[in-house]
Design a protein around this ligand. Structure first.
Ligand SMILES: Cc1ncc(COP(=O)(O)O)c(C=O)c1O
Length: 355
């Protein structure tokens, strides 16, 4: 941020652990929300007005969205037409706190291979393609937003910017700010930060605008563990299965949705010939609630602890109580090796979501 002269803000959809927000606030000057509830968490626990982008705003919520946001990005021109009168009225009544509005565009370029995470699939509902915009940004709009990256490096950003500029370059000249969304994995080892800085500086110089980035994953990349205990070990048609007191479906849903195989501390990621090897089962009765296989140095036993790595971003925010399984407790393991238990769940948390 210091070198590039940009703003990097937290995307709550990836990381909403508000007990850790005091640390986030030491570094980041803002946060972005994708719902009214996330907006409230930003206001209450970071003390910021939100940069808000919701694919479609609801009439009954919009007045509160206005009260609580500094920037509002619209996903379509029809949404802008529907709400621009309310924005204008708000800004006229609050000249000391003008809300800056933007439009999400679809640059029709993404290197994300999984369709589930690719906002540029044909017919995507996320952002407007160039054909919808004329030669001028709609009157009253100041910003352009795009989000097409997912756990990418700055080389992908460079190619994405070429596509963006080829389609929207003239409109970038009219904009006050460009929000380049998330997916910039700038805390991953090997990420080329100097290229990112160079790209941002070039954009600022060429178009004379502010640049905002809103990563989620990068803020919490490899910051936390999910620990589990082996409850049972059984043999099934030649396969050793260890059943854990956690669930891939309920506690690590991205492992099944994305899908990806999480790393376990001290375990071999791929099964190794001749070593104790297990398929790991979750504790729900969903047939697909398993992961594996992994090999271990020593045979697992009932009571063995397995520690899943990198289980903060998009994990804590996505847990469910499917099957009535309890949610994992949340705590902070500090650098002085003390552990602060922040939250435990129980029957009430499960019941609260039902009726
Ligand atoms: C609009 C928008 N901004 C930011 C993000 C955060 O992306 P990431 O966590 O990959 O950095 C997302 C993720 O889906 C998003 O949709």
């Amino acid at each position: 941020m210091d070198e590039a002269g940009c703003q990097i803000i937290l995307a709550l959809k990836g990381f909403s652990m508000f007990s850790a927000f005091p640390i986030v606030k030491e570094y980041l000057p803002g946060a972005t929300a994708s719902s009214l509830h996330e907006i409230k968490l930003i206001n209450d626990y970071l003390g910021y007005k939100s940069h808000t982008y919701i694919p479609a705003y609801q009439d009954r919520e919009f007045a509160e969205v206005l009260e609580r946001s500094s920037h509002i990005t619209f996903n379509s021109l029809s949404q802008w037409e529907r709400f621009k009168g309310q924005v204008k009225a708000f800004n006229q009544a609050n000249p000391e706190r003008i809300i800056s509005c933007g439009i999400r565009v679809n640059p029709q370029y993404s290197e994300v291979e999984t369709d589930m995470y690719n906002p540029c699939v044909p017919g995507s509902r996320l952002g407007v393609t160039r054909t919808h915009l004329g030669e001028q940004l709609p009157e009253g709009m100041e910003g352009i937003h795009f989000h097409t990256l997912c756990e990418n490096g700055s080389d992908v950003l460079e190619r994405t910017l070429e596509a963006l500029e080829s389609r929207f370059g003239d409109l970038l000249h009219q904009a006050k700010w460009l929000n380049m969304g998330g997916g910039h994995l700038m805390t991953r080892e090997g990420y080329d930060i100097s290229k990112l800085v160079k790209l941002i500086k070039q954009l600022k110089e060429k178009y004379n605008l502010e640049v905002i980035l809103e990563p989620g994953s990068a803020i919490a990349w490899r910051t936390g563990y999910l620990t589990s205990t082996v409850l049972d070990i059984m043999e099934s048609q030649g396969i050793q299965v260890a059943i854990l007191d956690t669930s891939f479906a309920a506690h690590m849903p991205d492992t099944l949705e994305m899908p990806y195989k999480p790393r376990i501390l001290g375990a071999h990621y791929e099964p190794m010939e001749g070593m104790p090897t297990y398929r790991l089962g979750g504790m729900t009765c969903l047939a697909g609630d398993f992961m594996g296989d992994y090999s271990f140095e020593k045979p697992l036993e009932i009571g063995s602890q397995l520690v899943f790595d990198d289980m903060i971003h998009y994990t804590m925010v996505k847990t469910t109580t499917f099957n009535g399984v309890n949610l994992p407790s949340i705590g902070i393991w500090k650098t002085d090796d003390t552990f602060q238990l922040v939250k435990q769940y129980g029957y009430e948390s499960f019941k609260d979501r039902l009726s």
